[in-house]
Design a protein around this ligand. Structure first.
Ligand SMILES: Cc1cc2nc3c(=O)[nH]c(=O)nc-3n(C[C@H](O)[C@H](O)[C@H](O)COP(=O)(O)OP(=O)(O)OC[C@H]3O[C@@H](n4cnc5c(N)ncnc54)[C@H](O)[C@@H]3O)c2cc1C
Length: 484
């Protein structure tokens, strides 16, 4: 970890990147071996399944790892040989894709793995909140994408333009057609600035930012440092949210920063959190019960059932829609001197407008939430934020999903029942103030896991230090090397 990381005393690709509008249709094939079979029934995959039953006892990879032990990932040499004949393509060089790919290569060093990712920089996004809080510098969260590509990973530096699941291939922006036997979709989700009227314009002013993008997180930090008091507002969006704890965390850290300045700044600041939901952290009721009184005791005003609709930059006013219990709505105008403004999220265009989603899931990949297999195309799997599992969208989720995806693809190749099941486990380090964190791990239903370990209803220094100094190492050295 970089020496740049500051101590806990407060101190002083845009996901909306350009998206392709279409393709010219001039696809060229990379590999003529590509199958043209249909969903889950292509001849090449069948062939892989029946490529001889090995009896060798040599166990390759899958040596347990730090976090998981998956039987599907412990293979005989004959099984590994069958798996190595499959062509795996990963859409997105995301933490999700790379962790699955690394896990696969750990089990089968000869696996044929291709990653389609246009960007040269990979961002450690869980660190964005700490950039906004002035604990990390921008370079602390940037990895060279090439350094994350393990030996055996082929990197196609291009955008996925379209999915063609009926032909088992992906079309890139350059017009290349990349065939696969198995496809893993890990494109993440992006902020949708168009969901709030005038947000893009507001983000160019000196009073509005957010921590959902590295440049804006830096700007947020500068704004927080320069704040001299007044009305500060923070909002939570509707729909699915990447790291559903981050908008709250940055509110609480800002309050702590201004309080710690000790020059009356806190007293001059009116701090407000607006959310469409009925409470602060509904994902885990037990944690919500613990954290909400702590926050309210610090004078942060929570406003529930409020959805941000527009921003008027000329009068510095945020326009919310407030809904009542009976479902009536009314417009509420909130002036601001400082605004952490959040739009909704969406999936990248090839996913939200392509054949791999379905009605009612907000453009996400349609998967079985336990096996993470696509609901229609059995040779397609999803990992991370873009998958419609209903689980929290965090890197902690991916740590649990990656071995499930790798194991189930291997099961499928070997003609076995899918034996790995994702249980919805996710985590969230709630940074309640500088030097304090409530660490939570929970399942699909918001039930806490390993309470004895995390002590999730307590603010502790230990979990703050773990978040600041430990989790990035876990991400870089454990997840990205496939030790999950
Ligand atoms: C402010 C903030 C705080 C967070 N805090 C935490 C935390 O404390 N703990 C935690 O566990 N998680 C946290 N997260 C969430 C975590 O960072 C995400 O859940 C995780 O990064 C999602 O990974 P992913 O694999 O789904 O996709 P991402 O890592 O988002 O990657 C998506 C990749 O797809 C690529 N891509 C997009 N479109 C295309 C295309 N058309 N073709 C090819 N490639 C494409 C992108 O370039 C990118 O590399 C936080 C996130 C943010 C923003």
């Amino acid at each position: 970890m970089s020496d740049n990381i500051k101590n806990t005393t407060p101190a002083g690709s845009d996901s909306d990147a350009e998206k392709p509008d279409g393709q010219d249709g001039s696809s060229k094939e990379y590999d003529n071996e590509a199958s043209t079979g249909k969903s889950g029934g292509m001849s090449r995959r069948k062939a892989l399944k029946y490529l001889g039953a090995g009896t060798g006892a040599l166990m390759i990879g899958g040596a347990g790892g730090f976090y998981g032990y998956r039987k599907s990932l412990q293979l005989s040499s004959a099984e590994a040989s069958r798996v190595s004949k499959a062509k795996f393509v990963f859409a997105g060089g995301s933490i999700g894709s790379l962790t699955v790919a690394a896990r696969l290569l750990r089990a089968v060093p000869g696996a044929d793995v291709t990653i389609i990712e246009p960007r040269e920089e990979h961002h450690y996004q869980p660190g964005y909140t700490l950039v906004g809080a002035g604990v990390y510098n921008r370079e602390d969260v940037i990895f060279d994408q090439g350094s994350l590509m393990l030996s055996g990973m082929k990197w196609v530096k291009d955008y996925v333009e379209a999915f063609e699941p009926e032909r088992n291939r992906v079309i890139t922006r350059n017009g290349d057609a990349i065939p696969y036997d198995y496809l893993v979709v890990g494109l993440g989700v992006e902020t949708n600035h168009g969901s709030v009227e005038n947000l893009s314009k507001a983000l160019e002013t000196d009073f509005v930012s957010n921590v959902y993008n590295l440049e804006k997180a830096g700007k947020f930090r500068r704004m927080a440092d320069a704040f001299e008091g007044g009305r500060a507002i923070f909002n939570y969006p509707t729909g699915y949210v990447k790291c559903g704890g981050a908008p709250q965390k940055i509110t609480w850290l800002s309050e702590d920063l201004w309080r710690s300045k000790g020059n009356g700044l806190r007293e001059r600041s009116d701090i407000n959190f607006f959310t469409p939901r009925h409470t602060v952290f509904p994902a885990v009721p037990k944690v919500d019960d613990a954290v909400r009184p702590l926050i309210e005791a610090r004078g942060i005003k929570n406003h529930f059932h409020h959805t941000l609709r527009a921003i008027d930059t000329s009068t510095r006013t945020a326009i919310f829609e407030q809904s009542s219990e009976s479902g009536e709505t009314r417009e509420v105008r909130q002036p601001y001197d400082f605004f952490h403004a959040m739009p909704n999220f969406r999936t990248p265009k090839p996913l939200r407008e392509g054949p791999l989603t379905r009605e009612g899931i907000g453009g996400q990949l349609s998967v079985n939430r336990n096996t993470l297999q696509h609901t229609q195309y059995t040779n397609i799997f999803g990992v991370g934020d873009n998958a419609a599992t209903g689980a929290a969208k965090t890197a902690a989720t991916i740590r649990k999903q990656a071995p499930v995806v790798a194991g189930n693809m291997i099961d499928d190749i070997l003609g076995r029942e899918l034996s790995n099941s994702y249980d919805g486990a996710s985590g969230c380090p709630l940074l309640t103030r500088y030097g304090r964190c409530m660490m939570t791990e929970f399942d699909f239903d918001g039930n806490l896991q390993s309470e004895w370990l995390y002590q999730p209803t307590r603010e502790t220094r230990f979990w703050w230090d773990f978040k600041v100094h430990g989790l990035k190492r876990l991400y870089r050295h454990v997840m990205l090397n496939g030790y999950v």
